[in-house]
Design a protein around this ligand. Structure first.
Ligand code: PLP
Length: 389
């Protein structure tokens, strides 16, 4: 076959796989999604439409429209404690392209990237496409899915170049503590590593926790690329706009990679993103309130089911549900789709420490979460009964 052997080995996205699994039921509930069911706020949609009418139909510069880069620089200064100018901001085709373009820029073949797992599956593929090697460290259930900095020391090798860190974390639903971030910063400085930090869920945080950007810690701005985007905070997954902030000489070379990969993000969508950042922000709190409600329903409902449990998510709209008493996570996920018509993601797809867990997305209506929990309870009962036979 005319295929590169490394690309042949790449795994398809677990989310895409779950969407196509057949069910006996016609009224399938989808808790496998990686996005909110709520629409893009109408002022942003209107700004995108107007941009087309106003003629924003041509190429934008590689690094993005100046007006958007300015707005992002203002945002990160105000909200993230990163003292960036527009020249440090790079607009990408979703956060996903920020990841892949950065790894293409950073890695030589065989260079290693330390990543805590379970992790977003796009990390593994974007490192593979850049011919790098992911080296995982565990986010253990026994440590409430937070990083134990001692594990970083075990992962270091002469080939380590980058640490990739994600907070708030998909799929774990955690928000990194300040001590965790300080330990990463110390480790990166000590071993002279570059840090890629993915903060795309920064606005989806519960119970008054605070998001801290790694680049705001002392000595980190010059060795960090901070990735963010519009998909999650502004419900704009389909617009495909993300960005990263990097204050380092590397940035002079990035446009060459961007030109080769995508030549720039969608121009009219970038105008809509200016409205997202500079227009009314009330809906961010409004949507957060909705996620908080379904998070609480999920947490109580799941923990009331025999043989199933979950930690309360600290951030994101995902929960990791322990189904290890029912069977292997892939089998449980299959059983639930086939028989109960509820789609979830087997978390072993996110790394070995996901084994025995399902990732559920709770950015859906309360009624759907309630029905989903009821169906999971039925499935759990069937699976437990089958085990006892
Ligand atoms: C942690 C994480 N990073 C990046 C992405 C990619 O986001 P985008 O839609 O901006 O490409 C996702 C999407 O699910 C994600 O969960």
């Amino acid at each position: 076959m005319w295929i590169n052997k490394d690309m042949e080995k790449l795994q398809p996205s677990a989310v895409r796989k779950i969407l196509t699994m057949p069910s006996k039921r016609s009224d399938v509930i989808n808790l496998g999604l990686g996005q909110s069911i709520y629409p893009t706020p109408s002022n942003i949609v209107e700004a995108g439409k107007k941009a087309l009418d106003d003629g924003f139909t041509r190429y934008a510069p590689n690094a993005g429209l100046a007006v958007l880069r300015e707005a992002i620089a203002e945002k990160v200064k105000k909200e993230n404690g990163i003292n960036a100018t527009a020249n440090d901001v790079f607009v990408t085709v979703g956060a996903q392209e920020a990841l892949s373009s950065l790894f293409v820029l950073l890695l030589n073949p065989g260079d290693e990237v330390i990543i805590p797992e379970p992790c977003y599956s796009g990390y593994i593929s974007s490192i593979a496409v850049a011919r790098g090697v992911p080296v995982t460290v565990p986010l253990r259930a026994s440590n409430d899915r937070h990083l134990d900095p001692k594990d970083l020391e075990r992962a270091i090798s002469p080939k380590t170049r980058v640490i990739l860190f994600n907070t708030p974390n998909n799929p774990c639903g955690t928000v990194a503590h300040k001590e965790e971030l300080e330990a990463i910063a110390r480790f990166a400085i000590e071993h002279d590593l570059f840090v890629v930090t993915d903060e795309i869920y920064e606005k989806i945080i519960f119970d008054g926790r605070k998001h801290i950007s790694l680049a705001s810690l002392p000595g980190m701005a010059e060795r960090t690329a901070t990735i963010n985007g519009f998909s999650k905070s502004y419900c704009m997954t389909g617009w495909r706009v993300g960005y990263f902030v990097m204050q380092n000489k590397l940035k002079e070379h990035w446009a060459k990679v961007q030109q080769a990969l995508v030549s720039g993000a969608n121009t009219s969508a970038q105008v809509a993103c200016v409205e997202a950042l500079t227009g009314p922000q009330e809906f961010v709190q409004e949507y957060l309130g909705k996620y908080d409600e379904t998070r609480n329903i999920l947490y109580e409902g799941i923990n009331a089911i025999t043989g199933v449990s979950c930690l309360k998510p600290e951030g994101t709209f995902y929960a990791m549900v322990n189904v290890s008493e029912l069977g292997a996570d892939e089998d449980v996920a299959m059983h639930l789709v086939e028989n109960q018509g509820v789609r979830t993601i087997a978390a072993s797809n996110y790394g070995p420490n996901g084994e025995g867990y399902l990732r559920l997305c709770f950015a859906v209506e309360p009624e759907i979460i309630k029905q989903g929990i009821q169906r999971i309870a039925e499935g759990a009962q069937e699976l437990l009964a089958a085990k006892e036979k």
